[in-house]
Design a protein around this ligand. Structure first.
Ligand SMILES: Cc1cc2nc3c(=O)[nH]c(=O)nc-3n(C[C@H](O)[C@H](O)[C@H](O)COP(=O)(O)OP(=O)(O)OC[C@H]3O[C@@H](n4cnc5c(N)ncnc54)[C@H](O)[C@@H]3O)c2cc1C
Length: 435
């Protein structure tokens, strides 16, 4: 089993401590995407004792992606965001404690302290605490803006957008751009500033950034790249943001979207190793044999990528939670599939398979000045990733090709006459002949 934790102890017998004592209670701290999945996966893997899912928010675990998309538009309501209905937890015998933050872990007594003064004993503990929006600092203060991470943030933002006005978004990452698209569709005048020379610079190739940039401008977003916020003042009921190019933007509301930091303080305070995320191995184990962690709060050794990464995606949270549940049930199983992610902006779908690295060659497939093209990443004649703009077929095939570490030439990657699904078939028949 690969992993960065040489002292990670092997788990005990299924449903037992390494000491042989039966596992009676699994406490899961963090009732989000990973926490909900982990609880249910424990039952699916045969764990029959007590499961307690503890969440700081007052809501049942919900999907975050629609918060900056369909929910902001008002196309779906709060109930539709729920990952599972209350019955699903009740019927599976999962106790859900909402509006209850965990504030401390005592590993010696195996207990979790709650903000309301109660203490929960655990036999096994799972940390699925997610992340928190990074505060944006300028000078000595913070931009007095909203962030969009929780359902309550989205409810408040939606209400404010419905009453009109102007919006300044700081940060040209996925959340900032998705919010710009939703707000523009709602008739709000949006200015978006991005400190990097292009939007999505951290996650996408230049061709995809250029497409996204163009679409936002076409929809009326005042998009300014290579510019940061220097200061913000409040005057006559409005916010005045002074930018690094000496211009001033007036807005009724400021939203900052400059990434998240993992919620790893609870783990760090309990003496667990953290490094921009709770350190876990390929099967979600921390160095404490009684504690696993999954989702946005972790920095993991990734079985497929063969390196340590911090991933922020629904797919990762779900997969890693299932792995953590199997580990707690004594059936640790690494994953060997490529990570993937998506973003919706206006009517466009951007999908990403794999996690390309610096040094990979990018090959454009199709016409990047159109609404439909892909960028394929290659390293040493192997496909390592793909970014698809309105090309779900390329994306579906690429997920398989990347996972299979299929060979591909630059010409094949660029050839519009050669569907990627065809390359997958060829790869499969070559693999079968060799077997
Ligand atoms: C607006 C938005 C849009 C997104 N869009 C996409 C997308 O299009 N595609 C995609 O793949 N991903 C998207 N993501 C990312 C995706 O939602 C996350 O990667 C995923 O939710 C991570 O799941 P998680 O369980 O690790 O964390 P979360 O879902 O964040 O859940 C963590 C939970 O733990 C709780 N918690 C934290 N500390 C404590 C504590 N001490 N005690 C108790 N509870 C605690 C938190 O309140 C939270 O409810 C988006 C995220 C946001 C915010």
């Amino acid at each position: 089993m690969g992993g960065p934790l040489p002292d990670a102890a092997a788990d005990g017998v299924a449903g037992h401590h390494p000491t042989g004592a039966p596992v009676k209670t699994v406490v899961i701290v963090g009732a989000g995407q990973a926490g909900s999945e982990l609880a249910v996966a424990l039952r699916q893997n045969g764990f029959s004792d007590r499961i307690l899912l503890v969440g700081a928010e007052p809501h049942l675990p919900y999907q975050r992606p629609p918060l900056s998309k369909a929910f902001l538009h008002g196309k779906v309501d709060q109930v539709a965001l729920r990952i599972r209905a209350l019955d699903a937890y009740t019927n599976a015998g999962i106790e859900v404690e909402l509006d209850t933050a965990a504030v401390g872990i005592d590993r010696r007594t195996r207990s979790v302290a709650l903000a309301d003064g109660r203490t929960l004993r655990y036999d096994k503990l799972a940390l699925t605490t997610g992340g928190s929006p990074r505060p944006l600092r300028f000078g000595s203060g913070h931009v007095p803006g909203r962030t969009l991470h929780h359902l309550d943030d989205a409810i408040a933002l939606r209400q404010e957008l419905q009453s009109g006005g102007t919006l300044l978004i700081v940060g040209g990452g996925f959340i900032g751009l998705e919010t710009a698209a939703a707000a523009t569709d709602m008739g709000i005048a949006v200015t978006l500033v991005e400190a990097q020379p292009r939007v999505l610079a951290r996650t996408c190739p230049p061709a995809v950034s250029a497409f996204v940039d163009r679409e936002h401008r076409n929809h009326g977003v005042d998009l300014r790249t290579g510019v940061s916020v220097r200061s913000v003042a409040r005057r006559d009921g409005a916010l005045l943001a002074e930018l690094s190019d000496d211009t001033v933007v007036r807005a009724d509301l400021i939203l900052t979207g400059v990434g998240i930091a993992p919620n790893d303080t609870l783990a760090a305070t309990a003496g667990l190793a953290v490094d921009d995320g709770v350190l876990v191995d390929a099967v979600a184990r921390t160095a404490d044999p009684d504690i696993v962690a999954a989702g946005d709060c972790t920095r993991q050794w990734h079985g497929f990528l063969g390196r340590s990464v911090r991933l922020e995606s629904v797919q990762n949270a779900t997969d890693q939670a299932r792995i953590a549940a199997r580990t707690l049930c004594g059936k640790p199983t690494e994953r060997f599939t490529a990570p993937w992610f998506w973003s919706d902006q206006y009517d466009h779908k951007i999908q990403m398979a794999g996690l390309p690295q610096t040094g990979d060659t990018d090959v454009v497939r199709g016409d990047p000045s159109s609404n439909s093209f892909s960028v394929v990443y290659l390293r040493n004649g192997i496909i390592t990733g793909l970014h698809a703009v309105n090309r779900p077929r390329d994306f579906t095939a690429a997920r398989q090709l990347v996972t299979a570490r299929a060979a591909m030439t630059g010409d094949e990657a660029a050839s519009e006459d050669l569907p990627l699904s065809e390359l997958m078939k060829r790869h499969q028949s070559t693999a079968e002949r060799r077997a």
